[in-house]
Design a protein around this ligand. Structure first.
Ligand code: HPA
Length: 287
């Protein structure tokens, strides 16, 4: 992993680094402004191929502050995509996870960069464990809220940001308009990279969690700080530890993602299109 990442310097201003990253994306892609951004987690990668025409695919290592993905199965690029309705999407296939230990600034850098490119909507996706037993592996669910169990925050200093409606009810309704069968649940972010113990999963369930994962909550907070409207999706790749009686494995998670990928990519493409034609987008005010 790069040692020369500008975000490793504690004196760096993370918003300036995001601005520099957005400038590089604009100059390499030729697209001055993006309207919507997507972070594609386990299982969601194919969406990048079908939401529109790729204008430019930039290796993450060429964008200031980004690092190549540490996880096999996650692609390490930032893509600029022209949507059929003329909008532009920024697709981030290079997520830095909290468990990598590089600090929260690097975790949320992609979200801050997306905001700096102009994106007003941030779609965060992940592969995660399900606590509701009827969520069979391969089920996509909407994130309705989160519980952040990392004991960390992307906000620095006395920065008080309201999270009451963090996961936009408006965008969830747009998604449900595309697929009325979409269920939703509360995402619980653990540090990882170990999966949870069955006791931890029971704790998450007791405190109101329905989904367990290792990303997204910190990114969603940073997106809200940046003034973006957030939509979150989890692909349930497995039932959480102890809910499922067999041991968990990364291979199983990737396999469930691969199997579900065509279906959920299609879902995401239709949701992105529907957001473009939703009333707020038409009025030019996404917030
Ligand atoms: N727990 C945490 N993260 C995950 C899981 C899980 O069960 N499955 C996929 N990512």
């Amino acid at each position: 992993m790069s040692t020369d990442n500008p975000l490793n310097d504690p004196a760096a201003d993370p918003f300036e680094v995001a601005r520099a990253a957005a400038d590089v994306i604009a100059s390499k892609s030729g697209i001055e402004r993006h309207d919507i951004a997507l972070t594609l987690g386990s299982g969601w990668g194919k969406a990048a191929d079908i939401i529109g025409e790729t204008v430019s695919e930039i290796p993450a290592s060429e964008v200031p502050g980004f690092s190549a993905s540490a996880v096999p199965g996650h692609s390490g690029t930032v893509r600029s995509i022209a949507l059929p309705d003329g909008r532009h999407a920024l697709v981030i296939g290079a997520r830095t996870h909290y468990y990598e230990g590089h600090g929260v600034r690097r975790v949320v850098h992609s979200v801050r960069t997306a905001a700096a490119t102009g994106a007003a909507v941030m779609i965060l996706t992940n592969g995660a464990g399900g606590i509701k037993e009827h969520w069979t592996p391969g089920t996509p669910v909407l994130i309705s809220d989160h519980i952040n169990l990392t004991a960390d925050s992307p906000l620095e200093g006395a920065t008080f940001v309201d999270l009451t409606d963090l996961y936009s009810a408006r965008l969830r309704a747009v998604a449900r308009g595309v697929d009325p069968s979409l269920d939703e649940g509360v995402y619980t972010q653990f540090r990882g990279p170990h999966y949870e113990t069955p006791a931890e999963v029971q704790m998450a369930k007791t405190i109101g969690g329905h989904i367990v994962g290792m990303s997204t909550a910190l990114e969603a907070i940073a997106a809200r700080q940046a003034g973006m409207e957030v939509l979150g999706f989890s692909l349930i790749t497995n039932l959480a530890a102890g809910i499922q009686k067999t041991p968990l494995s990364h291979a199983e998670v990737l396999e469930a993602g691969r199997e579900a990928e065509p279906r959920i990519a299609d879902l995401l493409a239709r949701v992105v299109a529907a957001i473009g034609s939703s009333p707020e987008a038409a009025e030019g005010s996404a917030l």
